[in-house]
Design a protein around this ligand. Sequence first.
Ligand SMILES: Cc1cc2nc3c(=O)[nH]c(=O)nc-3n(C[C@H](O)[C@H](O)[C@H](O)COP(=O)(O)O)c2cc1C
Length: 198
Amino acid sequence: MKHLIVVAHPVEKSFTMALARSYAAELEGLGHSQRTFDLYREGFDPILGAQELMPVDANHPVSTDVARAQGDIRAADALTVLYPLWWLAMPAMMKGYIDRAFARGFAYESSDGVVRGLLSGKKAILITVSGAPLPTLVKSGNWNAVQVLQDTHVFRSAGFELLEHLHFDQVVPQLSHAVAEQHMARVRSCARQHFSAS
Ligand SMILES: Cc1cc2nc3c(=O)[nH]c(=O)nc-3n(C[C@H](O)[C@H](O)[C@H](O)COP(=O)(O)O)c2cc1C
């Protein structure tokens, strides 16, 4: 299978980036091909500007970076996105990637308020990280909001079959090496669980 991994974290040595590397290495070990799109290091421009909101025609072609991002999605059988939860949302960099790459006519169509995803047939895995414990997020209703707005409104709406939303909670600066290693094992096991037979 062909995988696209999209990751948003400004610090290359962060926990989030380490998760992305472990996951990608596991997929390659399973014989899959993968491209990791490291939005910060590759300098993705997250700003959806006026011209991109114009109707797409010969005079307003899709920007080169968006065309490449969409080509990567089109070529992939599975998309995995990784990011920390900031204010319980995706970082602006990832949001900008979604705003620009998941464009109308590519990721969805809508009419009369009904959205139809255009990326059906593709699988997705969402991997997020938070400082707060998951039970606290669940109790406050915040986890439900995350799932409605991110899992369903973004990825399922675009047509993806969401295989898993894997979440790592209580990731704090003083995280022990042993716990971090357990988390790396868990992200590798996620790759094996979903993709070991294909
Ligand atoms: C701007 C910002 C906002 C954050 N908002 C939240 C939040 O709303 N809830 C939460 O549990 N953690 C929040 N965090 C903590 C991060 O989710 C956590 O530190 C991070 O995921 C740890 O992973 P990392 O080492 O890869 O950065 C926030 C962190 C930052 C920098």
